[in-house]
Design a protein around this ligand. Structure first.
Ligand SMILES: Nc1nc2c(c(=O)[nH]1)N[C@H]1C(S)=C(S)[C@@H](COP(=O)(O)O)O[C@H]1N2
Ligand SMILES: [Mo]
Length: 500
């Protein structure tokens, strides 16, 4: 007896849904790459850079989650379609289709192995195993639901009660698993989904040191890794005399250094808040490299991270004393979102080189292209001289004759800030602002001024910094891609007459 196409589609949908839940749980608890991440990582380097930029610009932090939701929807649809086709074919050749359905994971395993560039490392193997299990779950659930959908013959009482029992077990168990799965996914997602920061320093001049939970967060991941501190090993290898591994405890036993340093994301817009400052503690990268003995011929030091992220810095940069493998931030162990157990600090270079969740440091004899470089971002990535007005906020209404505070931040990496000028007439005339005392050589600098508007109207405030080398920040506006945004930050205010 046959049931309709709708039933087949529904069965496929249920099966694909259970598969998806298993994969999400795997992504959250076993650090496997979910299909969503696989697809995004695969897609991003292949789409034109301008689309990518537009996507990020219009959707902001929602671009990644939306893409992931689209992938999930596509998987459900595909599952439904498979269910529909299976339903039709099964009516004729039941055993054959069942065998084909169950054999497919083998093909899938090979495919996903090929996609991940070989299943040599344990993360990829774990992912492949999870995918196979997830697919098997899909196949089994699909077959079961289809079986249950078939009407039992009316007079066969045992058949009917057997089906009823099975159906109850299946639906009950399924409902339980779904609730548990979705619940745990939601709980974990709430603190692990990495929307490009939306919560950092709001209005006003920020605190000199940004608390970890207010520090901006950027990562390529839909779900960030949560690395187990006890089983974590840092491996130093590649073109070295003596490769070695360290536990976190061993790393923390090495002579530490502390460093106050500001991080800024290369995709920080003019006036954006993807910039924060912290007090860090760790071990100079060069100490770690010297211990292994980097061989002649090394060009780049490559970093591999638990989320599959890769970065590289030239050897000469890696040997600078202030390039630090940090394990503490503001006096506490690194939090998951900022790269626990250890992340790199590379002064004077945009955030992307400050790799988080580092597992492997590798000396290479070639110019290693990192995750973002493959996507067109600068490989040098020196921070641009920047400045921002944080007070007054945009569109504030002011009154003639009343004095207000004007102030904000300025940053130029290790070049430091020499001077900040501000303008109340959109840049026709400039006045020097007061610089607050330096927080640290690698940290942002705060500036302030007082302004008493003397005539009513719409006004534009702007700011420009001069770095420690005497170079005035460039006025010409460029996009964040590929070298980081440039141009002056401007704020519009409306000044009303005093006695109106
Ligand atoms: N492993 C890994 N490290 C990473 C990233 C990532 O996606 N994965 N993102 C980089 C980018 S683009 C930035 S701006 C900084 C942000 O660091 P934060 O989130 O601690 O502020 O981390 C960098 N390190
Ligand atoms: Mo970044």
């Amino acid at each position: 007896m046959r049931t309709g196409n709708g039933d087949g589609f529904k069965a496929g949908l249920i099966a694909a849904g259970s598969m998806l839940i298993l994969l999400l749980v795997g992504g959250l608890y076993a650090n496997i790459d979910t299909p969503m991440e696989r697809f995004t990582d695969w897609l991003i380097p292949r789409i034109p850079m301008s689309w990518f930029e537009t996507g990020i610009a219009t959707l902001g932090g929602y671009a990644k989650p939306l893409l992931s939701i689209a992938v999930m929807a596509a998987m459900l649809l595909l599952g439904g379609t498979i269910g529909l086709v299976y339903g039709r074919v099964r009516a004729r050749r039941a055993n054959l289709t069942a065998v084909a359905l169950l054999l497919a994971p083998g093909v899938l395993l090979l495919l996903s192995g090929a996609l991940s560039g070989g299943i040599s490392d344990s993360g990829a193997l774990r992912t492949a195993v999870f995918y196979t299990l997830a697919y098997l779950l899909f196949a089994v659930v699909l077959m079961l639901v289809r079986y249950l959908q078939e009407p039992a013959s009316f007079d066969d009482v045992t058949d009917r009660s057997r089906r009823r029992l099975l159906r109850r077990t299946l639906y009950g168990g399924g409902a339980l698993l779904t609730v548990a799965g979705i619940g745990s996914v939601l709980v974990r997602l709430l603190d692990r989904v990495s929307l490009t920061n939306v919560r950092a320093n709001v209005a006003g001049i920020p605190r000199p040191f940004t608390p970890a939970d207010e520090f901006y967060v950027v990562s390529k991941n839909f779900v960030n890794p949560s690395v187990d501190r006890d089983s974590w090993r840092l491996s130093v290898r590649g073109l070295v005399d003596e490769p070695y591994e360290l536990t976190l405890e061993q790393l923390r036993a090495l002579p530490p250094v502390t460093q106050d340093q500001t991080l800024e994301c290369i995709s920080n817009e003019v006036g954006g808040n993807l910039i924060s400052n912290a007090h860090w503690k760790g071990v100079p990268l060069r100490d770690l490299l010297n211990r292994a003995g980097v061989r002649a011929g090394t060009v780049d030091i490559a970093l591999r991270c638990a989320d599959g992220y890769t970065e590289s810095i030239p050897l000469h940069k890696a040997m600078e004393p202030d390039v630090v493998l940090a394990y503490e931030m503001n006096g506490e162990l690194l939090t998951d979102e900022h790269g626990a157990p250890a992340r790199l600090l590379v002064p004077n270079i945009f955030g992307m080189k400050n790799a988080k969740w580092i597992e492997r440091i590798e000396a290479a004899n070639f110019d290693w292209k990192g995750f973002w470089q493959k996507q067109g971002w600068s490989d040098v990535a020196t921070v641009q001289t920047m400045s921002q007005i944080r007070v007054p906020p945009q569109n504030l209404e002011l009154t003639t004759g009343k004095t207000v505070d004007v102030g904000g931040i300025a940053f130029a990496g290790s070049r430091g800030i020499q001077k900040v000028d501000w303008s109340a007439d959109g840049g026709r005339s400039w006045q020097e602002a007061r610089l607050l005392p330096e927080i640290a050589p690698l940290s942002w600098r705060f500036w302030e001024a007082s302004w008493t508007p003397d005539r009513p109207g719409d006004m534009t405030l702007s700011v420009r910094a001069t770095d420690g080398d005497g170079n005035v920040q460039t006025e010409s506006r460029t996009d964040t891609l590929p070298d980081g945004a440039t141009g002056y930050h401007k704020i519009d205010v409306r000044v009303r007459p005093a006695s109106a």
